[in-house]
Design a protein around this ligand. Structure first.
Ligand code: NAD
Length: 500
């Protein structure tokens, strides 16, 4: 299976648009195909709508965004894509026909996946050329923010296709859940449908309104589910003997039963109650408004869960680890040095971009973000010498003990910037560095930072020698920088140039 640089989309509605936004954000090019030419405008709008929330998901350094192209020619999309995701309406015969057609135009090493909510892969792959590269990759709306994707193979799917899909999905920040056996509805929609069926019964019977039923989830189980799911939460509810006690206590109730297996008839009166109930809940807010609210809290929840390295927060952490690693190792190609920094290529370089939420009321990068950018540049340096989240648990950590930032020019939203880091001094406990923050477009200086970092033993909470292997790597960088002129601003205090 090939490395994915271009994602092909078949069908660019709600789900196709979500895939596009996610892939583009993490640096993958997208070629989107739809039968309706007017969907080009739609998908571009969908990507733009997704961007503000996506931009807030992480402050980790991102690669340059992918580019989006659109076609009504399915064959063109299939020829240009390295991975194809189908997102057309949920009709078996239509999907079978279109997947077969796509498979005739795509090279045999291109994985083809379907977003189907409930159709099974064996049925979908029946008429395809090279059906072994086909699987279901079922995402959740909004695809650009929810990490879950269920991967399901059919009777003719090769395990390598599932592995390749898992690798790609992980790269674009998703949690690939491998479903062991194909069942209609996969795992999640089967569970969601069970809840929805009960909702329809209770609304139909006048037991509760749609709003009350939503309250019954959002103030209680919904909060628990976000990190632990039903089974772990029930295990906790069973006291010391956990799930065993839970089953003994509540098991008999399963036989009563509280729930119903058949959905009620969708009568006009039930449809009205569902529609009127949700309209009342929306309280005049448009779908767009509610989507923005949903996106904002989905970002905030994932960031909260990241602290506990649990559920979707663990996925976000792993993604950030990868982004920082890539930023440190994929140093951009050497560029012509600017006249005022002749030996620039010897410096360590870290690239970033001014995100919208970094700006103050003047639309310029606000001052505390400079600290963040220099911190990210230091992270890149640390990674280069082998200090990462894993090694920090047991070994070396550095604390910033002094930092002098000088602001020279403004940085506007969307501007690409880079930091070059010069190592001025290393000894057993201290690391003295000097950063220049510049604008990528013209190398203009934006800010400098003069910083002292201290090697610390965390358990003793005091400065401690950093250890020979690490010292050796930092010494090597210092030696490479030895020929560079010392920045004249280094060692200055605030206001040093003022006449007193
Ligand atoms: N909406 C959801 O919440 C959700 C969640 C997960 C999965 N899914 C699944 O994703 C798929 C798409 O759902 P959606 O909600 O995006 O639907 P949608 O109606 O919003 O989009 C479908 C798109 O497919 C296009 N299309 C139709 N026939 C086509 C063809 N022959 N060739 C190319 N394009 C064609 C349509 O023009 C439309 O733009 C379905 O299989 C659905 O079950 C939906």
């Amino acid at each position: 299976m090939r490395k994915v640089r271009t994602l092909g989309l078949l069908g660019t509605g709600v789900i196709g648009g979500g895939w596009a936004a996610r892939a583009l954000h993490f640096g993958i090019d997208v070629i989107a195909a739809d039968v309706k030419p007017e969907m080009e405008e739609w998908i571009r709008g969908a990507v733009a709508n997704a961007e503000p929330a996506l931009a807030r998901l992480t402050i980790a350094p991102l690669p340059p965004k992918g580019t989006l192209s659109f076609t009504t020619d399915l064959a063109e999309m299939a020829r240009r894509a390295d991975f194809i995701q189908e997102n057309i309406p949920e009709q078996l015969a239509l999907k079978q026909r279109m997947l077969a057609e796509v498979s005739r135009h795509a090279a045999a090493d291109v994985v083809i996946a379907s977003s189907t909510s409930g159709l099974t892969p064996t049925d979908l792959q029946s008429d395809m050329v090279a059906p072994e590269r086909f699987l279901v990759a079922h995402p959740f709306n909004p695809v650009y923010l929810l990490p879950l994707v269920e991967l399901v193979g059919g009777a003719r799917t090769a395990p390598a296709a599932i592995d390749a899909a898992a690798e790609f999905m992980t790269y674009i920040g998703m949690h690939a859940l491998r479903v062991r056996r194909e069942v209609p509805g996969h795992l999640t929609d089967r569970l969601q449908e069970a809840i929805w069926r009960e909702i329809l019964h209770m609304v139909n019977e006048g037991v509760a309104t749609t709003g009350e039923l939503d309250d019954s989830i959002v103030y209680g189980p919904g909060l628990r589910w976000a990190a632990m799911g039903t089974n772990m939460i029930y295990h906790l509810a069973g006291g010391e003997s956990g799930m065993r006690h839970m089953l003994a206590q509540f098991g008999p109730a399963l036989k009563w039963p509280w729930t119903k297996l058949e959905a009620p008839e969708l009568t006009e009166s039930l449809i009205d109650k569902m529609v009127e109930g949700t309209q009342a809940q929306a309280a005049g807010r448009s779908i767009r408004e509610l989507e923005r609210l949903r996106d904002d809290y989905l970002v905030a929840i994932q960031q909260a869960l990241r602290q506990f390295d649990i559920g979707a927060g663990a996925t976000l952490r792993a993604l950030e680890e990868r982004l920082y690693r890539d930023a440190a190792t994929d140093a951009p190609a050497a560029r012509a040095p600017a006249p005022d920094r002749p030996a620039a290529d010897a410096l360590l370089r870290y690239d970033t971009v001014v995100r919208p939420e970094w700006a103050d009321y003047n639309s310029h990068m606000t001052d505390f973000r400079y600290g963040q950018v220099f911190g990210d540049a230091m992270d890149a340096l640390y990674r280069r010498v082998g200090i990462d989240a894993e090694s920090r648990k047991t070994g070396a950590v550095f604390y910033t003990v002094e930092s002098h930032v000088r602001h020279v020019a403004e940085a506007k939203i969307g501007e690409r910037l880079y930091v070059t880091t010069q190592v001025l001094h290393v000894d057993d406990k201290r690391l003295h560095v000097f950063h220049h923050l510049r604008r990528s477009a013209d190398d203009a200086l934006v800010a400098t930072a003069d910083q002292m970092h201290l090697s610390v033993n965390r358990s003793a909470a005091r400065a401690a020698p950093m250890g020979a292997p690490l010292r050796g790597k930092l010494d090597a960088i210092r030696a490479a920088h030895a020929g560079l002129p010392a920045p004249p601003e280094s060692g200055q205090a605030v206001g040093a140039r003022l006449q007193r």
